[in-house]
Design a protein around this ligand. Structure first.
Ligand code: FAD
Length: 489
């Protein structure tokens, strides 16, 4: 039967996954309406608060998201932390489907003594949030002036973002949308040497060519050569896939800047596992060095991307250790998603091990312990699903992948929702009136929540651009929620 009411979807999170899914849902069917809920008063998730300020072209996706928000069938509800400010179960009666796209709000830890220190030790997530004006990390005040040596543990692109921001110099950053408080602290930074340290070898690092090249080309910054014996033999390198071969060639070539004349330098240090952090005996709040255990690659399989490492032992049975000077230390070993409070009330059992919402790979949320609607997977196996519940982005597949892969993933989930609607896996006729946000608003307002609309974001956006213009930047973000709300009066 023809249903004459719209199909209402709640999207939790306004990062790339939420927006790309909304774009697909709205464009493929004209009877869909999307309410997008966001914890912060402002949209765009890691496109705004993760992507480095000196990579403005990556933020072009926000133009697309602005277009999506033009739709009269799109509604933004910001400044509402779902699960905390409002129970998730309150959404259920008012939507045909709920799509979780709330990303990864924590970071993975190293599990070494000292990493929870108040000073000198930071997660890359917090540091990135701090320089990008994320309210949660506004007051991080990283110690960049106690000494000259920074150590970053982790060998992925986020580690390279941190290294580049530490080494670039404020002249290269002052016209970007980097937060003013960060620019000011970086102008006083004494950091001269940055080490990007990994557990495994060059073949196992997960950098991309563009990010490595950028660091190698930074003016006045030299690259410490990588010891030759760490590279695979040349005939092996020549047979590698193109991107990997190019990366090995870049590592070997290094930068044109001379170590003796460059005021700053950086290095890639391989085969080291963090062991402990150490502070000055005379200034106990001052970090002096990080201790690492030396590793060796599995001799049976040293060059495979998945090669494992073991600690290296000397002939007398001692584990070989190395100390690296470190006045500031960053861990950059990945982000982590957490369950939202009250998810279990919807029947969701978060997979804490993998840090994802269990799903069928197409975005349908799986039911724990086999209860729920049975569904056949393409391989013929049967799984149980929670009808009307979906996930996309980092909370669906884990915190890896760039915006392009997040887009592809969000499209898959949106197509799944549309398919379920067509095949009546999501049965619109089961509920006669479904009001979406209109049905919940009074409860939220009654609790004193001050939500923000897309119009509100426009006003904040305009005020940020104005502040930026006054400083010769394209934007100066408000880095406190109260400041954002003040703009709205
Ligand atoms: P997110 O972008 O994290 O969005 C999730 C949103 O949900 C956030 O806005 C969050 O506030 C909101 N939220 C969380 N909890 C709640 C709640 N309870 N209620 C309501 N809302 C909630 N990719 C590139 O292509 N190029 C790059 O240069 C690049 N740089 C990166 C740099 C860093 C430091 C990081 C961490 C990632 C980078 N990426 C880059 C990857 C890219 O940012 C991700 O692929 C993408 O943002 C993941 O999208 P998402 O929507 O799943 O999560």
């Amino acid at each position: 039967a023809q249903i004459d009411r719209p199909f209402r979807i709640a999207v939790v999170g306004s990062g790339p996954a939420g927006f790309y899914a909304a774009s697909r849902l709205l464009s493929k069917r004209t009877d869909t309406c999307v309410d997008m809920f966001e914890k912060l008063p402002v949209p765009f998730g890691l496109a705004r608060y993760g992507v480095a300020p000196d990579h403005p072209e990556v933020k072009n996706c926000e133009d697309k998201f602005e277009e999506v928000a033009e739709s009269p069938r799109f509604n933004f509800v910001g400044n509402i932390d779902l699960g905390t400010d409002l129970p998730l179960a309150a959404l259920r009666p008012h939507y045909d489907a709920i799509l979780f796209a709330y990303g990864a709000s924590q970071d993975k830890k190293l599990g070494i003594p000292g990493e929870d220190a108040q000073r000198g030790v930071y997660s890359a997530r917090a540091f990135v949030g701090w320089y990008n004006g994320l309210p949660e990390h506004r007051d991080l005040a990283p110690d960049l002036s106690s000494g000259e040596d920074a150590v970053i543990v982790g060998q992925g692109n986020v580690a390279l973002d941190v290294a580049r921001i530490l080494l670039s110099g404020v002249d290269a950053l002052k016209h970007t949308d980097i937060a003013d408080h960060a620019l000011e602290a970086l102008s006083r930074s004494r950091i001269k040497r940055v080490r990007v340290v990994g557990r495994r070898g060059p073949l196992q690092a997960s950098f991309t060519i563009k990010e490595i090249r950028e660091l190698l080309q930074l003016p006045n910054v030299a690259f410490d050569p990588i010891p030759q014996d760490i590279f695979p033999p040349e005939d092996f390198v020549s047979r590698l896939p193109r991107a990997q071969k190019r990366l090995m060639q870049l590592f070997a070539k290094g930068s044109a800047n001379d170590r003796t004349t460059s005021p700053k330098s950086w290095s890639l240090d391989f085969l080291l596992s963090p062991d402990s952090l150490h502070w000055s005996s005379t200034h106990p709040s001052r970090l002096t060095h990080a201790r690492f255990a030396r590793n060796e690659l599995d001799p049976a399989d040293p060059y495979s991307p998945s090669s494992k490492v073991t600690n290296k032992y000397s002939s007398d049975g001692e584990c070989a250790m190395v100390d690296l000077h470190s006045s500031v230390f960053f861990r950059s070993v990945g982000y982590k998603s957490l369950p939202l409070p009250g998810m279990e009330d919807l029947g969701i059992e978060f997979d804490a091990q993998r840090g994802i919402i269990p799903n069928d790979g197409f975005g349908r949320v799986r039911s724990p312990s086999g209860k729920g609607a049975p569904q056949e997977l393409p391989d013929g196996s049967m799984i149980a699903l929670l009808p009307g519940l979906y996930c996309a982005g980092w909370v669906k597949r884990g915190p890896t992948g760039v915006i392009a892969s997040t887009m592809a993933d969000a499209f898959t989930t949106a197509d799944t929702i549309l398919q379920d609607l067509t095949t009546r896996q999501v049965d619109q006729s089961a509920k006669s009136t479904v009001l979406g946000w209109e049905g919940i608003k009074s409860e939220a307002v009654g609790q004193g929540l001050r939500t923000t609309s897309w119009q509100d974001w426009r006003r904040i956006d305009a005020a940020e651009r104005q502040r930026g213009q006054e400083r010769g930047k394209n934007r100066e973000k408000f880095s406190r929620v109260e400041e954002m709300l003040e703009v709205l009066g």
